[in-house]
Design a protein around this ligand. Structure first.
Ligand code: GRF
Length: 198
């Protein structure tokens, strides 16, 4: 299967996917990495792995609809079977979502703490357990059907950084495992329920 991975940051989730796809039995290859900004470690990781990259900056377009169309076209050029948002900090529009299945990883147990600050919001709320969620992307913000989740404990003395790092160490494995199962076994969606397998 062909994966296009979208990133906005350090790309450790991307790196986990690149490492997993080095084994042919994983069943997928990363055919391109896209970003909404340049100069990020995620793009450098792709370049080191010899994977083509592209950047589409929202600021370079007159409006959101033009950016939506442009990024959909860049993605389509690589004919992905699945698009993976791995720390991609933009909402994808209809042109991409209608053309490809898209999965995203979020550093909280949805539907709790959606949005850009899932770790900080969970910490401020005072939950003792949070985690990570891999879901299908729909047109809302972190509202798509949940595919997989894993819990992570909050420790006394955690700050946003320590908690996020603990979540990410679990999140990378969950993303690699979930994407691998999706590409090898397929999936079906019935209402909000996602089932992996034929
Ligand atoms: C992940 O926790 C992701 O869920 C969140 O940002 C982090 C990305 O980390 N939105 P990285 O760029 O993969 O290292």
């Amino acid at each position: 299967a062909r994966l296009v991975v979208l990133v906005s940051g350090s790309g450790t989730n991307l790196q986990a996917l690149l490492d997993a796809t080095a084994d042919r039995s994983y069943g997928a290859q990363v055919v391109a990495v896209g970003a909404d900004r340049s100069g990020i470690e995620g793009l450098a990781r792709a370049e080191r792995a010899g994977v083509p990259t592209f950047v589409e900056r929202l600021d370079d377009y007159p409006d959101r609809a033009s950016w939506d169309a442009a990024i959909a076209e860049r993605i389509a050029a690589y004919r992905p079977d699945l698009v993976v948002c791995a720390g991609f900090m933009k909402i994808l529009g209809a042109p991409t979502l209608r053309a490809f299945p898209v999965v995203n990883t979020h550093p909280a147990l949805l539907p709790a703490f959606p949005g850009a600050h899932g770790v900080r919001d969970a910490l401020e709320y005072g939950v003792r357990v949070t985690g990570c969620t891999v879901m299908l992307v729909d047109e809302g913000v972190d509202t798509g059907p949940i595919i997989a989740q894993e819990a992570v404990r909050v420790y006394d003395g955690d700050d946003e950084h320590t908690l996020h790092e603990r979540i990410k160490s679990v999140e990378r494995g969950l993303l690699v495992d979930t994407v691998g199962r999706m590409v090898r076994h397929g999936w079906t969606v019935t209402g909000r329920k996602v089932r992996l397998g034929p």
